[in-house]
Design a protein around this ligand. Structure first.
Ligand code: SF4
Length: 392
Protein backbone atom coordinates (compact mmCIF):
# COMPACT_ATOMS: atom_id res chain seq x y z
CA UNK A 1 0.00 0.00 0.00
CA UNK A 2 1.51 3.34 -1.03
CA UNK A 3 1.51 5.99 1.68
CA UNK A 4 2.06 9.75 1.61
CA UNK A 5 5.35 11.27 0.59
CA UNK A 6 8.22 10.19 2.85
CA UNK A 7 5.90 8.74 5.44
CA UNK A 8 6.41 5.20 6.66
CA UNK A 9 3.44 2.83 6.73
CA UNK A 10 2.09 1.85 10.15
CA UNK A 11 -0.54 -0.59 11.37
CA UNK A 12 -2.65 0.49 14.33
CA UNK A 13 -4.15 -2.05 16.70
CA UNK A 14 -6.80 -0.92 19.21
CA UNK A 15 -7.75 -3.34 21.98
CA UNK A 16 -11.22 -3.38 23.54
CA UNK A 17 -10.99 -5.74 26.52
CA UNK A 18 -14.72 -6.15 27.27
CA UNK A 19 -17.11 -9.03 26.64
CA UNK A 20 -20.72 -9.74 27.56
CA UNK A 21 -19.65 -13.00 29.21
CA UNK A 22 -16.49 -15.05 29.27
CA UNK A 23 -16.18 -18.11 27.00
CA UNK A 24 -15.00 -21.34 28.59
CA UNK A 25 -11.74 -21.54 26.63
CA UNK A 26 -10.75 -17.88 26.58
CA UNK A 27 -7.48 -16.58 27.97
CA UNK A 28 -7.49 -13.37 25.91
CA UNK A 29 -7.23 -10.02 27.63
CA UNK A 30 -10.98 -9.61 28.10
CA UNK A 31 -13.28 -9.03 31.06
CA UNK A 32 -16.95 -8.63 31.83
CA UNK A 33 -17.11 -4.98 32.99
CA UNK A 34 -18.89 -4.38 36.28
CA UNK A 35 -20.15 -0.92 35.30
CA UNK A 36 -20.58 1.46 32.38
CA UNK A 37 -18.20 3.83 34.18
CA UNK A 38 -15.29 1.38 33.63
CA UNK A 39 -15.99 1.40 29.90
CA UNK A 40 -16.15 5.19 29.82
CA UNK A 41 -12.88 5.54 31.74
CA UNK A 42 -11.26 2.99 29.46
CA UNK A 43 -12.28 4.92 26.34
CA UNK A 44 -10.96 8.14 27.95
CA UNK A 45 -7.64 6.41 28.65
CA UNK A 46 -7.45 5.06 25.11
CA UNK A 47 -7.92 8.58 23.75
CA UNK A 48 -5.20 9.89 26.09
CA UNK A 49 -2.86 7.20 24.82
CA UNK A 50 -3.59 8.21 21.22
CA UNK A 51 -2.81 11.85 22.08
CA UNK A 52 0.37 10.70 23.78
CA UNK A 53 1.55 8.89 20.63
CA UNK A 54 0.43 11.49 18.15
CA UNK A 55 3.76 13.35 17.96
CA UNK A 56 5.93 10.26 17.70
CA UNK A 57 3.86 9.02 14.79
CA UNK A 58 4.14 12.21 12.69
CA UNK A 59 6.44 10.50 10.21
CA UNK A 60 3.99 7.64 9.69
CA UNK A 61 0.84 7.04 7.72
CA UNK A 62 -1.59 4.49 9.09
CA UNK A 63 -2.61 2.16 6.27
CA UNK A 64 -4.27 -0.55 8.35
CA UNK A 65 -6.30 -0.43 11.56
CA UNK A 66 -7.54 -3.42 13.52
CA UNK A 67 -9.96 -3.01 16.43
CA UNK A 68 -9.89 -6.30 18.32
CA UNK A 69 -10.85 -7.71 21.66
CA UNK A 70 -12.59 -8.79 23.66
CA UNK A 71 -15.69 -7.76 21.82
CA UNK A 72 -15.41 -4.29 20.25
CA UNK A 73 -19.08 -4.40 19.24
CA UNK A 74 -20.00 -4.74 22.93
CA UNK A 75 -19.23 -0.99 23.14
CA UNK A 76 -22.03 1.45 22.59
CA UNK A 77 -21.63 2.96 19.08
CA UNK A 78 -21.14 6.39 20.67
CA UNK A 79 -17.94 5.09 22.29
CA UNK A 80 -16.82 3.61 18.98
CA UNK A 81 -17.38 7.00 17.30
CA UNK A 82 -15.29 8.74 20.01
CA UNK A 83 -12.43 6.27 19.50
CA UNK A 84 -12.48 6.74 15.72
CA UNK A 85 -12.69 10.53 15.95
CA UNK A 86 -9.66 10.52 18.27
CA UNK A 87 -7.82 8.23 15.89
CA UNK A 88 -8.44 10.51 12.89
CA UNK A 89 -7.42 13.54 15.03
CA UNK A 90 -4.14 12.04 16.21
CA UNK A 91 -2.90 9.91 13.34
CA UNK A 92 -2.65 10.38 9.63
CA UNK A 93 -4.86 7.59 8.27
CA UNK A 94 -4.50 6.94 4.54
CA UNK A 95 -7.56 7.16 2.29
CA UNK A 96 -7.49 3.54 1.26
CA UNK A 97 -6.73 2.18 4.73
CA UNK A 98 -8.09 -1.23 5.62
CA UNK A 99 -10.07 -0.73 8.85
CA UNK A 100 -11.15 -3.98 10.50
CA UNK A 101 -13.26 -4.58 13.55
CA UNK A 102 -13.99 -7.80 15.40
CA UNK A 103 -17.63 -8.45 16.09
CA UNK A 104 -19.53 -11.10 18.01
CA UNK A 105 -23.07 -12.19 17.08
CA UNK A 106 -25.80 -11.11 19.52
CA UNK A 107 -23.87 -8.01 20.54
CA UNK A 108 -24.83 -5.72 17.69
CA UNK A 109 -27.86 -4.85 15.56
CA UNK A 110 -28.36 -3.31 12.14
CA UNK A 111 -28.39 0.30 13.38
CA UNK A 112 -25.15 -0.17 15.32
CA UNK A 113 -23.51 -1.87 12.35
CA UNK A 114 -24.53 0.99 10.10
CA UNK A 115 -22.96 3.48 12.55
CA UNK A 116 -19.79 1.41 12.70
CA UNK A 117 -19.62 1.31 8.91
CA UNK A 118 -20.13 5.08 8.76
CA UNK A 119 -17.34 5.58 11.32
CA UNK A 120 -15.01 4.19 8.65
CA UNK A 121 -14.83 0.46 9.44
CA UNK A 122 -14.67 -1.35 6.09
CA UNK A 123 -13.89 -4.92 7.16
CA UNK A 124 -15.79 -6.95 9.75
CA UNK A 125 -14.44 -10.09 11.40
CA UNK A 126 -17.28 -12.10 12.92
CA UNK A 127 -16.51 -14.71 15.61
CA UNK A 128 -18.79 -17.64 14.84
CA UNK A 129 -16.61 -20.69 15.81
CA UNK A 130 -19.20 -23.32 14.86
CA UNK A 131 -22.49 -23.64 12.98
CA UNK A 132 -23.65 -26.30 15.48
CA UNK A 133 -25.50 -24.88 18.47
CA UNK A 134 -24.44 -27.74 20.75
CA UNK A 135 -20.78 -26.95 20.02
CA UNK A 136 -21.36 -23.24 20.59
CA UNK A 137 -22.93 -24.08 23.93
CA UNK A 138 -20.00 -26.32 24.86
CA UNK A 139 -17.64 -23.41 24.16
CA UNK A 140 -19.70 -21.08 26.34
CA UNK A 141 -20.54 -18.79 23.44
CA UNK A 142 -23.50 -16.48 24.03
CA UNK A 143 -25.02 -16.89 20.57
CA UNK A 144 -26.60 -19.46 18.28
CA UNK A 145 -25.97 -20.00 14.58
CA UNK A 146 -29.25 -18.19 13.92
CA UNK A 147 -27.91 -15.14 15.81
CA UNK A 148 -24.82 -15.26 13.60
CA UNK A 149 -27.00 -15.36 10.48
CA UNK A 150 -28.88 -12.28 11.65
CA UNK A 151 -25.61 -10.40 12.34
CA UNK A 152 -24.13 -11.48 9.00
CA UNK A 153 -27.22 -10.36 7.05
CA UNK A 154 -27.36 -7.07 8.99
CA UNK A 155 -23.69 -6.46 8.23
CA UNK A 156 -24.25 -6.95 4.49
CA UNK A 157 -27.27 -4.61 4.61
CA UNK A 158 -25.20 -2.06 6.54
CA UNK A 159 -22.75 -1.97 3.61
CA UNK A 160 -19.95 -4.34 4.67
CA UNK A 161 -18.56 -5.90 1.50
CA UNK A 162 -15.54 -7.41 3.24
CA UNK A 163 -16.44 -9.92 5.95
CA UNK A 164 -14.34 -12.57 7.62
CA UNK A 165 -15.75 -15.44 9.67
CA UNK A 166 -13.84 -17.30 12.42
CA UNK A 167 -14.31 -21.04 12.83
CA UNK A 168 -12.73 -23.42 15.29
CA UNK A 169 -11.74 -27.07 15.15
CA UNK A 170 -10.88 -29.41 18.01
CA UNK A 171 -14.08 -28.47 19.91
CA UNK A 172 -15.38 -31.00 22.48
CA UNK A 173 -17.61 -33.62 20.79
CA UNK A 174 -16.82 -32.15 17.35
CA UNK A 175 -16.47 -34.65 14.51
CA UNK A 176 -15.01 -34.32 11.02
CA UNK A 177 -18.57 -34.30 9.71
CA UNK A 178 -19.83 -31.61 12.06
CA UNK A 179 -16.79 -29.48 11.21
CA UNK A 180 -17.42 -29.80 7.48
CA UNK A 181 -21.05 -28.87 8.15
CA UNK A 182 -19.80 -25.64 9.80
CA UNK A 183 -17.55 -24.94 6.84
CA UNK A 184 -20.28 -25.54 4.29
CA UNK A 185 -22.77 -23.38 6.25
CA UNK A 186 -20.28 -20.52 6.22
CA UNK A 187 -19.04 -20.82 2.64
CA UNK A 188 -22.68 -20.95 1.46
CA UNK A 189 -22.86 -17.30 2.57
CA UNK A 190 -19.76 -16.40 0.56
CA UNK A 191 -17.80 -14.28 3.05
CA UNK A 192 -14.58 -12.82 1.64
CA UNK A 193 -12.34 -14.46 4.25
CA UNK A 194 -12.37 -17.43 6.64
CA UNK A 195 -10.08 -18.02 9.65
CA UNK A 196 -9.69 -21.49 11.16
CA UNK A 197 -8.25 -21.85 14.63
CA UNK A 198 -7.48 -24.98 16.61
CA UNK A 199 -8.96 -24.95 20.09
CA UNK A 200 -6.16 -24.81 22.64
CA UNK A 201 -6.77 -25.59 26.27
CA UNK A 202 -5.03 -22.70 28.02
CA UNK A 203 -4.08 -22.76 31.69
CA UNK A 204 -6.31 -20.73 33.95
CA UNK A 205 -9.47 -21.22 31.84
CA UNK A 206 -12.58 -23.18 32.91
CA UNK A 207 -11.72 -25.72 30.16
CA UNK A 208 -8.29 -26.32 31.72
CA UNK A 209 -9.90 -27.03 35.09
CA UNK A 210 -12.00 -29.82 33.65
CA UNK A 211 -9.63 -30.88 30.91
CA UNK A 212 -9.94 -34.57 31.79
CA UNK A 213 -13.70 -34.60 31.42
CA UNK A 214 -13.70 -32.91 28.00
CA UNK A 215 -14.27 -35.20 25.06
CA UNK A 216 -11.77 -33.64 22.66
CA UNK A 217 -10.99 -34.92 19.15
CA UNK A 218 -7.57 -36.63 19.14
CA UNK A 219 -4.58 -35.21 17.26
CA UNK A 220 -5.13 -37.46 14.23
CA UNK A 221 -8.72 -36.27 13.87
CA UNK A 222 -7.62 -32.65 14.27
CA UNK A 223 -5.02 -33.17 11.57
CA UNK A 224 -7.62 -34.67 9.23
CA UNK A 225 -10.00 -31.79 9.97
CA UNK A 226 -7.32 -29.23 9.10
CA UNK A 227 -6.20 -30.92 5.87
CA UNK A 228 -9.78 -31.59 4.77
CA UNK A 229 -10.79 -28.02 5.54
CA UNK A 230 -7.85 -26.64 3.54
CA UNK A 231 -8.89 -28.56 0.42
CA UNK A 232 -12.59 -27.89 1.00
CA UNK A 233 -11.94 -24.15 1.20
CA UNK A 234 -9.61 -24.22 -1.82
CA UNK A 235 -12.37 -25.88 -3.85
CA UNK A 236 -14.70 -23.05 -2.84
CA UNK A 237 -12.21 -20.39 -3.96
CA UNK A 238 -10.60 -19.59 -0.61
CA UNK A 239 -6.85 -19.75 -0.85
CA UNK A 240 -4.78 -20.35 2.25
CA UNK A 241 -2.29 -17.53 2.67
CA UNK A 242 -1.33 -18.26 6.28
CA UNK A 243 -1.63 -21.33 8.49
CA UNK A 244 -5.04 -20.28 9.85
CA UNK A 245 -6.26 -17.86 7.21
CA UNK A 246 -8.04 -18.33 3.88
CA UNK A 247 -9.24 -15.63 1.52
CA UNK A 248 -10.81 -15.06 -1.83
CA UNK A 249 -8.33 -13.55 -4.24
CA UNK A 250 -7.14 -10.12 -3.09
CA UNK A 251 -9.06 -10.26 0.21
CA UNK A 252 -6.19 -11.19 2.52
CA UNK A 253 -6.15 -9.22 5.78
CA UNK A 254 -3.53 -6.55 5.18
CA UNK A 255 -3.22 -5.73 8.86
CA UNK A 256 -2.43 -9.27 9.92
CA UNK A 257 0.05 -9.59 7.05
CA UNK A 258 2.04 -6.84 8.77
CA UNK A 259 2.55 -9.12 11.79
CA UNK A 260 3.79 -11.99 9.66
CA UNK A 261 6.01 -9.75 7.53
CA UNK A 262 7.48 -8.13 10.68
CA UNK A 263 6.32 -4.66 9.62
CA UNK A 264 5.72 -1.89 12.14
CA UNK A 265 2.51 -1.60 14.16
CA UNK A 266 1.44 0.28 17.24
CA UNK A 267 -0.88 -1.35 19.77
CA UNK A 268 -3.13 0.82 21.90
CA UNK A 269 -5.11 -0.34 24.93
CA UNK A 270 -4.68 -2.84 27.75
CA UNK A 271 -2.62 -5.89 26.81
CA UNK A 272 -1.80 -4.50 23.35
CA UNK A 273 1.56 -5.36 21.78
CA UNK A 274 3.63 -3.12 19.50
CA UNK A 275 6.59 -3.36 17.17
CA UNK A 276 7.78 0.16 16.62
CA UNK A 277 11.19 1.58 15.69
CA UNK A 278 12.94 -1.72 16.33
CA UNK A 279 11.40 -2.26 19.74
CA UNK A 280 8.73 -4.67 20.90
CA UNK A 281 6.62 -3.62 23.86
CA UNK A 282 3.38 -4.55 25.55
CA UNK A 283 0.91 -2.73 27.78
CA UNK A 284 -0.38 -4.05 31.08
CA UNK A 285 -3.28 -6.50 30.82
CA UNK A 286 -4.85 -4.91 33.90
CA UNK A 287 -7.65 -2.56 32.82
CA UNK A 288 -7.44 -0.80 36.22
CA UNK A 289 -3.69 -0.17 35.90
CA UNK A 290 -4.11 0.91 32.30
CA UNK A 291 -6.79 3.48 33.17
CA UNK A 292 -4.95 4.74 36.26
CA UNK A 293 -1.63 4.90 34.45
CA UNK A 294 -3.04 7.17 31.77
CA UNK A 295 -5.64 9.17 33.66
CA UNK A 296 -3.74 10.05 36.82
CA UNK A 297 -0.92 12.45 36.13
CA UNK A 298 2.41 11.54 37.76
CA UNK A 299 1.09 8.15 38.71
CA UNK A 300 3.81 5.58 39.13
CA UNK A 301 1.85 2.85 37.44
CA UNK A 302 3.47 2.07 34.14
CA UNK A 303 1.20 1.34 31.22
CA UNK A 304 3.99 -0.32 29.25
CA UNK A 305 5.10 -3.34 31.24
CA UNK A 306 7.55 -5.02 28.90
CA UNK A 307 9.89 -3.58 26.34
CA UNK A 308 12.67 -5.24 24.38
CA UNK A 309 15.04 -4.00 21.76
CA UNK A 310 15.35 -6.87 19.35
CA UNK A 311 18.91 -7.84 18.41
CA UNK A 312 19.68 -9.01 14.89
CA UNK A 313 19.64 -12.72 15.73
CA UNK A 314 16.22 -12.44 17.35
CA UNK A 315 14.97 -10.36 14.42
CA UNK A 316 16.05 -13.04 11.97
CA UNK A 317 14.46 -15.83 13.98
CA UNK A 318 11.25 -13.92 14.43
CA UNK A 319 11.18 -13.21 10.70
CA UNK A 320 11.57 -16.92 9.91
CA UNK A 321 9.07 -18.02 12.55
CA UNK A 322 6.40 -15.61 11.32
CA UNK A 323 7.25 -15.78 7.61
CA UNK A 324 7.03 -19.58 7.53
CA UNK A 325 3.42 -19.29 8.73
CA UNK A 326 2.65 -17.80 5.33
CA UNK A 327 1.73 -19.88 2.31
CA UNK A 328 4.39 -18.02 0.31
CA UNK A 329 6.99 -18.96 2.94
CA UNK A 330 10.27 -17.08 3.33
CA UNK A 331 11.98 -15.50 0.36
CA UNK A 332 15.70 -16.27 0.21
CA UNK A 333 16.48 -13.02 -1.63
CA UNK A 334 14.30 -10.86 0.66
CA UNK A 335 16.00 -12.38 3.70
CA UNK A 336 19.41 -11.52 2.28
CA UNK A 337 18.27 -7.97 1.51
CA UNK A 338 16.87 -7.47 4.99
CA UNK A 339 19.62 -9.06 7.09
CA UNK A 340 22.64 -9.35 4.77
CA UNK A 341 22.88 -13.05 5.66
CA UNK A 342 22.27 -16.19 3.58
CA UNK A 343 18.97 -17.84 4.55
CA UNK A 344 20.04 -21.08 2.89
CA UNK A 345 23.22 -21.37 4.96
CA UNK A 346 21.62 -20.38 8.22
CA UNK A 347 18.24 -22.15 8.14
CA UNK A 348 17.76 -23.70 4.69
CA UNK A 349 20.09 -26.63 5.32
CA UNK A 350 18.08 -27.48 8.45
CA UNK A 351 14.76 -27.19 6.59
CA UNK A 352 16.11 -29.39 3.76
CA UNK A 353 15.89 -32.36 6.12
CA UNK A 354 12.10 -32.06 6.09
CA UNK A 355 11.75 -31.99 2.29
CA UNK A 356 11.84 -35.78 1.83
CA UNK A 357 9.15 -36.22 4.50
CA UNK A 358 6.85 -33.93 2.51
CA UNK A 359 6.73 -31.19 5.16
CA UNK A 360 8.78 -28.54 3.34
CA UNK A 361 9.14 -27.49 -0.29
CA UNK A 362 11.78 -25.31 -1.81
CA UNK A 363 11.63 -23.44 -5.09
CA UNK A 364 14.08 -21.04 -6.64
CA UNK A 365 13.57 -18.27 -4.10
CA UNK A 366 11.36 -19.64 -1.31
CA UNK A 367 11.19 -22.18 1.47
CA UNK A 368 7.66 -22.97 2.57
CA UNK A 369 5.62 -25.56 4.40
CA UNK A 370 3.24 -28.01 2.72
CA UNK A 371 -0.23 -28.57 4.22
CA UNK A 372 1.13 -31.40 6.33
CA UNK A 373 4.10 -29.22 7.30
CA UNK A 374 1.83 -26.36 8.37
CA UNK A 375 0.18 -28.64 10.90
CA UNK A 376 3.50 -29.56 12.54
CA UNK A 377 5.22 -26.22 11.86
CA UNK A 378 5.63 -25.31 15.55
CA UNK A 379 7.50 -28.54 16.17
CA UNK A 380 9.77 -28.09 13.15
CA UNK A 381 10.50 -24.43 13.82
CA UNK A 382 11.24 -24.95 17.50
CA UNK A 383 13.79 -27.54 16.39
CA UNK A 384 15.64 -25.28 13.98
CA UNK A 385 15.38 -21.91 15.70
CA UNK A 386 17.16 -20.85 18.86
CA UNK A 387 14.21 -18.62 19.65
CA UNK A 388 13.80 -18.25 23.39
CA UNK A 389 16.94 -20.28 24.09
CA UNK A 390 20.12 -18.87 25.56
CA UNK A 391 23.11 -18.37 23.31
CA UNK A 392 23.58 -19.45 19.74
S1 SF4 B 1 -15.95 -13.45 22.93
FE1 SF4 B 1 -13.78 -13.78 22.41
S2 SF4 B 1 -12.63 -12.45 23.79
FE2 SF4 B 1 -14.72 -12.60 24.60
S3 SF4 B 1 -14.62 -14.22 26.10
FE3 SF4 B 1 -15.26 -15.17 24.16
S4 SF4 B 1 -13.35 -15.82 23.16
FE4 SF4 B 1 -12.82 -14.40 24.81
Amino acid sequence: MATGKNRKPLGLYVHIPFCKSKCEYCDFCSFVPNSQAVIEHYVDALILQMEDWSDRCRGYEVDTVYVGGGTPTYLDPKHISRIFNAMYDNFRVSRGAEISMECNPATVDFRALRRIRRAGVNRLSIGLQSANDSELMALGRIHTFRDFRATYDDARRAGFDNISVDLMYGIPEQTEQSFIYSLSSVTALSPEHVSLYALKIEDGTPFAERRDSLSLPDEDTEYKMYVRASSYLAAKGYLRYEISNFAKEGQECRHNLKYWHCDEYLGLGAGAHSYFEGERFAATRSVRDYIDGLEIINNDIKVIVSSDSIDSRESMEEYVMLGMRLEEGVSISEFKKRFGVSFTERYGVLLDEYIDDGFVVKDEDHYRFTSAGMFVSNFILSGILNFGKDGE
